[in-house]
Design a protein around this ligand. Structure first.
Ligand SMILES: *[C@@H]1O[C@H](CO)[C@@H](O)[C@H](O)[C@H]1NC(C)=O
Ligand SMILES: *[C@@H]1O[C@H](CO)[C@@H](O)[C@H](O)[C@H]1NC(C)=O
Ligand SMILES: *[C@@H]1O[C@H](CO)[C@@H](O)[C@H](O)[C@H]1NC(C)=O
Length: 218
């Protein structure tokens, strides 16, 4: 009798786990799978494969039908490869997008996170805009430099050739470069924080600032 009870209990457990566990072991694309066999009529969710979508994608692949190849992604740095998303840990190399870094920038954009506009370049001639560098093929409008001719030519160093053709005016020698300004700004900011913290600590130490806790009404 005891054995029979135990047996029933066991069968019940197995049955329950089959029903409830099904939600978690079914990896069908449309969520509709055969309750008993787990067979999927509409393909598998990303990251899964096999007739009943019970097999994880093999190492090195990801996504729908395990069709994504981890090595074909264009991750910024060596990255793990999630079997479902194929996401790159640290973003994409310039020129690539989506979390799996497997799609080039859309037309008209290039560079890091595809955030640069081809229209903002200053190429001398019409130039096809490659998705990585947006290169102007070595020829910028006067006054601009860089592969993509986005940067203003800078006068003011030893290499100043006189600034004849440039549209920017030469800067006097006392002119701060933007990095100088940034350094001063950061230094000033830090000093300000230190001073404010000092004052706050002082006030706190003297108890001026503290809100007295309400008396416990016993
Ligand atoms: C996955 O494979 C199935 C069967 O070969 C196909 O019908 C389906 O379109 C594929 N899905 C994707 C997203 O490639
Ligand atoms: C990369 O991610 C996009 C967006 O989620 C997806 O449509 C595409 O299928 C993925 N690429 C591969 C190869 O799985
Ligand atoms: C870049 O310049 C070279 C030589 O002037 C030319 O042959 C080539 O077609 C140019 N490439 C592009 C993308 O404009």
């Amino acid at each position: 009798m005891v054995y029979l009870q135990k047996c029933c209990l066991l069968l019940n457990l197995v049955y329950l786990s089959l029903i409830t566990g099904d939600q978690f072991t079914c990896h069908c694309n449309d969520g509709d799978c055969n309750q008993l066999t787990g067979a999927c009529s509409n393909g598998c969710l990303p990251g899964w494969s096999g007739q009943s979508c019970q097999t994880e994608c093999p190492d090195g692949s990801y996504g729908y039908n395990c069709s994504g190849i981890c090595d074909n992604r264009h991750c910024l740095a060596p990255s793990s490869c999630d079997k479902i998303t194929g996401a790159c840990d640290n973003g994409c190399l310039p020129g690539w997008r989506l979390h799996n870094c497997s799609q080039e920038c859309v037309s008209g954009f290039y560079g890091e996170r595809c955030s640069l506009r081809c229209d903002d370049r200053n190429c001398r001639n019409y130039c096809k805009c490659d998705t990585v560098h947006g290169s102007c093929n070595g020829s910028c409008l006067p006054g601009y430099v860089g592969l993509d001719c986005r940067h203003r030519e800078y006068y003011g160093g030893d290499d100043d050739g006189g600034g004849g053709e440039g549209t920017t005016t030469p800067r006097p020698s006392w002119w701060m470069t933007s990095t100088d300004a940034a350094k001063i700004g950061i230094f000033g900011g830090v000093m300000l924080i230190v001073i404010i913290c000092g004052i706050a600590l002082e006030i706190h130490a003297k108890g001026i600032w503290c809100i007295q806790p309400p008396e416990n009404k016993a």
